[in-house]
Design a protein around this ligand. Sequence first.
Ligand SMILES: [Zn+2]
Ligand SMILES: [Zn+2]
Length: 353
Amino acid sequence: MQESSPATQLQQAALLQNPGPSAQLTVQDHPVAYPGPGEVLVKLTHSGICGSELRALHGWGKYDEIIGHEGVGSIVKLGDGVPTGMLGKRVGVKWLYRSCGECATCQRGFVHICPQQMNTGRSCPGTLQQFVVADSRHLTEIPDTLTGEIAAPLLCAGLTMMGAIGQLPEDVVAGDWLVIIGSGGGLGHIGVQIAAKAKGFKVIAVDTGASKRSISLDSGATAFVDYATQDVAAEVKNLTGEGAAAVIVVSDSEQGFRLSAHIARPLGTILLVGLPPESLDLPISVMMSIRKGLTIKGVLVGSEEQMREVLQYAVDGIVKPSVEVLKLAQVGLAIDRLRKWDIPGRIVIALPE
Ligand SMILES: [Zn+2]
Ligand SMILES: [Zn+2]
C-alpha cells in the first residue's frame, strides 16, 4: 500500500442509504480510513452478509453507513502500539469491534456481552468495503487452509451458533433431540452442522421450501419440518415423544419464538438467537414455562475460544458453510434477496483486489 494521505486514497465501499422500506446499498468511491492507536488497517478479500443486516436495512436502530461484520483479509497498516509482527497477518473482523475491558461483565470474561461494546458496521464502519479499520485486540487469525469465502460466515454465523450450543446445559448430551428454527439460513445451516456433526445431537430442522430443506438435510439434520405446510408441534412430538431437549430460535419471527415453548421437553432449554424488532416482547406463555420448568437464554455471538473451536471444525472438514459468492457490484441483489429471506446458506461478497 502506498503511504499517501488517507484523505486522498479512495477505495470502493457499499454505502447504506435511506434505511427503511426503500433502503439501498450503492457502491461508491469512499476514503480509506487510518488506523488509530491499537488499531490496524485490513485489506479485505471477502465479507459475508449476515441476516442481522436486515435490522440496518429496516432502520431498526442506528447503524453505520457501511454495514457488514464478517470480514476476512490481511493487515496492511499498523496504528501506534500494535506489535509489528501483526503486519501481513490474515485475520477475521467480527461484530465485536471493541469492549471496554473494565466493566464487571468484561472482568468476568464475557467481553462479547460488554454493555459498552462497539460493533463493526454499527458504531464503526463495517466490512462491505475494501479496507476496514479494526481493533488489533479483537481480531481472529484465520487458518491458512481456509479460503476467505468459507472463513467469512464463520465469523458471525458460525461463532453465534457455537455460542448458542455452548450454552446448553450439561444434561443435554449426544443423541438428544435439538430443534433449530430457521435451519436453512446462514446461521441455521452452520448450527445444524455443529450440532449434528460435531456434537452428535439429533437435529430437527425447521424452515420452509425445497432449498432450505435440502441444505438442512445436507448439513446433517435427522428430520426436516416445513413450517408453512406442516404442523411443527405435532411433528416434533411424533419424533421426540416428550419434546426437544433444546430449541434454538434463529428465525426473527414472533411465531418462531412462540412455538419454541410448545416443542421443548419438560426442563428443556430455549436459546434466543434471531433478532426481532426492539418492540417485540417474548411471546412465550409464562404458565407453560413454569409448568415445564423451562430455561430461556439469550445468545449474543460467542467467545474467542468458541471462535477458535468453530474454525477448527472447519479446518477438520466437520463444518463447511454453504456459500454463494457475489461481486461487490452485486451487493444490491444480495440485499434484495436477504429482504425476502431467499438465501439458503450465506451470500459472501468477494471484494475487488
Ligand atoms: Zn451477524
Ligand atoms: Zn465491558
